[in-house]
Design a binder for this molecule. Structure first.
Ligand code: FAD
Length: 280
């Protein structure tokens, strides 16, 4: 892959709504620490990993007071009617949120979809992006899946879906996490061949708990290279930091213009990595 840029990449950080008062305090400290790296934006997830959807706006309001950073809200449409989404996006806009990460969300396993036969729902993320932009001039990110979304019949079909989301007006796509940068570079090449010109930002996940990451990765169909399994059999104390550090170093060397970190609400090891590579 040819070098993309010679500049230091900009960065962004993702958090999830805390589940207790104690973790809410810890999150404020994390956000304040990471804010000193001058991120382009920070985002808060919506209903992901069993988190309640109600916590997102509350969390955004608290974080907005804690750090002078542009905050974005993830928003999934699968379990909300168009009318509910209209109301909620107006509320976000009124609270100063100008960036949305627009997503389908995972299909409910145990429920019949659509939940309310008489209500209107979005069927595709591209339609959702289009409708959001008609309602307010948001900056919109969408998801991208370098190893194919689990529901997609093929990577080519998934790239067609990604192109539709980009053509609908997304400013950028943020990838699912990956642990082998070659997977990302191959995806960039495939996206370019598919006619996608929208920036595709790599999303990096620090491995705090290898067993949990393996289980999550298998649900998302994100592969874990065999050398990671070997390394985590007898991990050194700095293994998680070393691994993400290697990924960042390689991305910086290859001129990637922006890196997104799935922080899992912790400033370690991401903050140290930003210091190490002078990411500000
Ligand atoms: P989509 O683009 O909607 O794709 C889903 C499937 O539909 C794919 O198989 C795709 O190929 C297919 N498809 C899409 N459009 C079309 C079309 N027009 N025609 C035919 N097929 C189509 N989940 C949460 O619950 N909360 C979060 O906060 C959250 N944050 C995330 C952040 C990032 C950066 C990423 C990458 C994922 C996040 N997720 C989150 C997970 C996401 O909601 C799931 O992966 C979901 O299953 C897919 O949503 P999507 O909009 O990215 O996928």
């Amino acid at each position: 892959m040819p070098p993309l840029s010679t500049n230091t990449p900009s960065i962004s950080f993702e958090f999830f709504p805390p589940k207790s008062e104690k973790s809410a305090f810890e999150l404020l400290a994390t956000v304040q620490d990471l804010a000193r790296h001058n991120p382009k934006f920070m985002t808060v997830t919506f209903g992901a990993g069993g988190n309640s959807q109600r916590g997102t706006l509350e969390t955004l309001k608290n974080l907005q007071k804690a750090a002078p950073v542009p905050f974005g809200s993830h928003l999934t449409y699968i379990s909300l009617t168009r009318r509910e989404l209209d109301h909620y996006t107006d509320l976000l806009w009124d609270h100063g949120i100008r960036h949305l990460v627009a997503l389908r969300g995972d299909m409910p396993q145990d429920l019949v979809w659509p939940l309310d036969q008489d209500a209107e729902y979005y069927q595709y993320t591209s339609d959702f992006v289009e409708a959001l932009l008609k309602r307010h001039p948001f900056d919109i990110s969408v998801g991208a899946y370098p190893e194919k979304h689990p529901d997609a019949p093929s990577l080519d079909a998934d790239l067609i879906a990604l192109k539709k989301k980009c053509d609908a007006g997304a400013t950028r796509a943020i990838t699912q996490f990956f642990f082998d940068n070659e997977v990302y570079y191959r995806f960039l090449d495939a996206a370019t061949k598919a006619g996608i010109t929208t920036p595709i930002v790599p999303g990096l996940l620090p491995i705090h708990d290898f067993t949990k990451v393996c289980s999550f990765a298998s649900r998302c169909h994100a592969s874990i290279p065999s050398h990671l399994h070997e390394k985590f059999e007898s991990p050194s104390p700095s293994l998680a930091e070393d691994l993400i550090s290697e990924q960042v170093e390689d991305l910086v060397k290859n001129g990637v213009p922006h890196i997104h970190f799935y922080t899992l609400n912790k400033s370690v090891p991401v903050s140290g990595i930003c210091d190490k590579f002078n990411l500000i």
